[in-house]
Design a protein around this ligand. Structure first.
Ligand code: HEC
Length: 468
């Protein structure tokens, strides 16, 4: 990989600045911050780096650097345990001094990057620019909060439903620029609006995994009340709503500031997808099992109304009135090759559109999992509705509000989900049967390229991501 000269110069300047600045302060004046340690440094002890064992696996017993053991099913340390970890790590730190004088920083750092010669636990960081090593070094320098990111980038994150990773795509180049690993069966993905972190539901551990946008490591796993499916985030970034796919059914609400699961709202049936409406006033949840749509008011976090449809609720999306409030819910249904339209105000189904066969295209009826049409989105300008068909491997494009079909594009085997770039020029579609993400020119309605990703790519999302 080509070194990023600009970044290096900037980082070098920062570290020189830290060293220079700390020359004025005696070591006693620099306080090691507990909250920063608890929330930013500790995740590094749990995260999986390729080729390394996690710090926690050894340090509950090896050496004098002691981490508190976690009970089975305990996903993070309590405050008391964190305090003990903090005290132990602090003994290997010279606060405010040259980072290369702290054993805590030199031991896991490669010798040729400035680390010491040997660590019984191996070398975890191969450069002082490693984002995780920098989080630790900033703690030693007295940081109380993360550095500001250098910029925010737009990315497409494709989860791979049968893979152990999610693929990160740069829509400016359509290249794969990263991976998020260590989440087996990632289901849904959404990004924090400020770009700081990414939320992915973990079907194996029954957790909401918070991924740091700059390190790409799981920073925290929040325990859920059951097996999760999809999720949604409010536009102010304060709450995440997680679909719990277990009867009798519920939506878990995660408070982002405290990283706590604050409420489990009962719904009409196990929930497959939950969405936050574009104005963030409601969380709309759908049940495949009971065919109910459950609507939660995000101010009170109470269920305010529900609606039973003719069959199971699959993907949904929304269009808006001039004031931004929700106008219609578009909904795909079990066993129906098309979508229905629900008027949000009257809470009634008002229309249904069935997708016709595509001439010359063979119908695929195997492995549909009850959902012939799965993947639905309104374009950012609100003028078109895109619906993907697993039967005919196409996306059907309809004009809004008149719901006339205006185009069709082949988008691979088993297309499952769709998202747009914020400018509306590109649509990205996860094609589960092709292990690829298709990129469609949304204006010309034609394929630009297809990007190989992991096994069985389903959900994907456009996210803003902080860059170090
Ligand atoms: C495979 C087991 C293993 C892993 C993983 C591991 N360590 Fe260690 N670590 C050791 C052993 C053994 C020692 C004692 C021998 C030595 O000093 O190298 C040690 C020593 C240390 C020391 C010095 C403590 C002392 O008593 O002098 C620090 C600090 C440290 N490790 C930090 C870390 C950090 C941070 C990580 C994760 C990034 C980590 N270690 C991962 C096994 C491990």
């Amino acid at each position: 990989m080509k070194p990023n000269i600009r970044l290096r110069t900037r980082v070098l300047f920062c570290s020189l600045f830290t060293v220079f600045f700390s020359g004025f302060l005696s070591a006693q004046e620099v306080q090691l911050d507990f909250d920063y340690f608890k929330n930013e440094v500790q995740p590094i002890f749990l995260s999986k780096r390729e080729g390394n064992v996690r710090c926690i696996q050894c340090h509950t017993r090896s050496s004098n650097f002691r981490l508190q053991p976690l009970e089975e099913n305990q996903l993070y340390w309590s405050d008391e345990q964190s305090k003990l970890n903090f005290d132990s790590a602090s003994t290997f730190v010279l606060a405010g001094e040259d980072p290369l004088r702290s054993r805590f920083l030199t031991h896991p750092l490669s010798a040729d990057a400035g680390g010491d010669p040997f660590h019984g636990g191996g070398k975890h960081f191969h450069s002082q620019f490693d984002p995780e090593w920098r989080i630790m070094a900033d703690w030693v320098a007295g940081a109380t909060a993360r550095r500001e990111p250098s910029s925010i980038a737009i990315r497409i994150i494709q989860t791979n439903a049968a893979g152990d990773d999610s693929t990160i795509i740069d829509p400016a180049t359509n290249q794969v620029v990263g991976h998020i690993s260590d989440i087996e069966i990632p289901h849904g993905v959404v990004g924090a609006p400020d770009g700081s972190q990414i939320y992915i539901t973990n079907e194996v551990m029954h957790s909401l995994d918070i991924v740091d946008a700059r390190t790409l490591r799981v920073k925290r796993r929040i325990p859920l009340s059951g097996r999760p499916n999809n999720l949604g985030v409010t536009s102010d970034g304060s709450k995440v709503y997680v679909a719990i796919m277990e009867m009798p059914g519920s939506v878990d609400i995660i408070d982002v500031a405290s990283m706590k699961n604050i409420k489990t709202v009962s719904t009409k049936g196990a929930i497959h997808n939950v969405y936050v409406t574009p104005d963030s006033r409601y969380a709309v949840a759908g049940s495949v099992h009971t065919s109910f749509i459950s609507v939660i008011d995000t101010r009170t976090d109470e269920l305010v109304w529900d609606l039973e449809m003719s069959s199971g609720i699959r993907p949904m999306t929304f269009d808006t009135n001039a004031d931004g409030s929700t106008k219609n819910i578009f909904v795909q249904l079990s066993g129906f090759h098309g979508f229905a339209v629900v008027d949000f105000e009257s809470r009634k189904e008002i229309a249904r559109v069935e997708h016709p066969a595509v001439p010359g295209e063979e119908a695929h009826l195997d492995g549909l999992q009850g959902a012939p049409a799965h993947g639905l989105a309104v374009s950012p300008d609100g003028k078109t509705l895109w619906s993907t068909s697993k039967v005919y491997s196409h996306v059907y494009i309809h004009s809004l509000p008149d719901l006339k079909e205006i185009g069709r594009v082949f988008v691979g085997q088993h297309p499952e989900w769709i998202t747009f770039t914020p400018d509306g020029k590109r649509a990205y579609i996860g094609a589960a049967g092709d292990n690829a993400t298709y990129v469609v020119d949304a204006i010309k309605m034609e394929i630009i390229t297809k990007i190989p990703v992991g096994q069985v790519p389903k959900r994907l999302a456009m996210v803003r991501m902080a860059v170090d």
